[in-house]
Design a protein around this ligand. Structure first.
Ligand SMILES: [Zn+2]
Length: 294
């Protein structure tokens, strides 16, 4: 039971962020129905459609550089600018976001993972959590990771991660090579390099998997992998390995469980995006387990 002020803070932070995650997830969950109309025939290679209103099929415009619809108020009221019908939100997104936010609050309070390295780092992780919840729900429903969400998220995540690096009170991971635990400024170049290497390495790894066996890995997974590599490499290069291994482990475990339950066959294609996201989030939130194991 929490007795010290730190433990109380941890529980309060987890509860507060968990509660805040519900309205955030309700808002971002409005984007889910814009993408789930797409159910292409196997021979349809026209590519995925842009985000559209599920009622009238009108394209919903997005802000130029950000993974948000225009006007942003759509996220709150859900009214289609064309037909004025209300686009429903996705309850799964709201609850998933709340759970991830609560976990981030807990690990931030407990000083675990990257959430424990400052407020900007926490905001960067909350962004990844909110994005991950939306992408996971869309991917499970229609096996898609929309470009308009994935690619523009780099524009938000890169400055947040950089801010997290520059404002960290102390740094571990690749920063140790430069000066160990000490002023953020001294270690920052090493940590930033680690994040960039993580991004490039993971994108290259997934590109290779996709290149060798395109049916086994979606192109959307490749585009998402760089973003996850940025976060994992920010923590440490071994985190990139752990987060990726965890994604494949979880995917196998869920696939085998579904087969055991008779809910899937060896030919069933599971959406891989959610496993990538869960693997990366777990490792950046809780910390890299690899150094403890070897
Ligand atoms: Zn409409």
């Amino acid at each position: 039971m929490p007795t010290s002020p730190d433990a109380v803070l941890t529980v309060v932070l987890a509860a507060a962020l968990g509660l805040a995650g519900i309205p955030v997830g309700r808002a971002t969950g409005r984007m889910v129905p814009l993408f789930v109309r797409h159910d292409p025939a196997p021979d349809d290679d026209s590519g995925p459609p842009p985000p559209t209103c599920p009622h009238c099929g009108t394209e919903i415009p997005f802000l130029r550089w950000l993974p948000l619809p225009r006007p942003v108020g759509f996220l709150w009221h859900g009214r289609c600018p064309a037909c004025a019908a209300t686009v429903p939100t996705s309850a799964a997104t709201a609850w998933t976001t709340a759970a991830v936010f609560a976990a981030a609050g807990y690990t931030a309070g407990a000083g675990l993972g990257m959430a424990g390295s400052g407020w900007v780092a926490l905001v960067a992780l909350l962004f990844l959590g909110a994005l991950g919840a939306v992408l996971s729900v869309i991917d499970v429903r229609v096996h898609r990771l929309p470009d308009v969400l994935v690619l523009r998220s780099y524009v938000v995540a890169a400055p947040l991660v950089l801010g997290g690096i520059l404002t960290a009170p102390h740094l571990g991971g690749p920063g140790d090579l430069v000066g160990g635990v000490g002023p953020a400024a001294a270690a920052a170049p090493g940590v930033a390099a680690g994040a960039l290497i993580g991004m490039a390495a993971l994108a290259a790894f997934y590109f290779l998997l996709w290149f060798i066996y395109p049916a086994g890995m979606g192109w959307g997974d490749v585009k998402l992998s760089g973003l996850l590599g940025l976060y994992l490499g920010w923590q440490s290069l071994s985190s990139v390995v752990s987060g990726t291994f965890l994604a494949f482990l979880l995917s196998s475990a869920v696939g085998l469980s579904l087969m055991a339950l008779g809910r899937a066959t060896r030919k069933t294609q599971l959406a891989f995006g959610p496993f990538m996201i869960v693997g990366a989030l777990a490792v950046v939130l809780v910390g890299d387990p690899l150094p403890l194991l070897i």
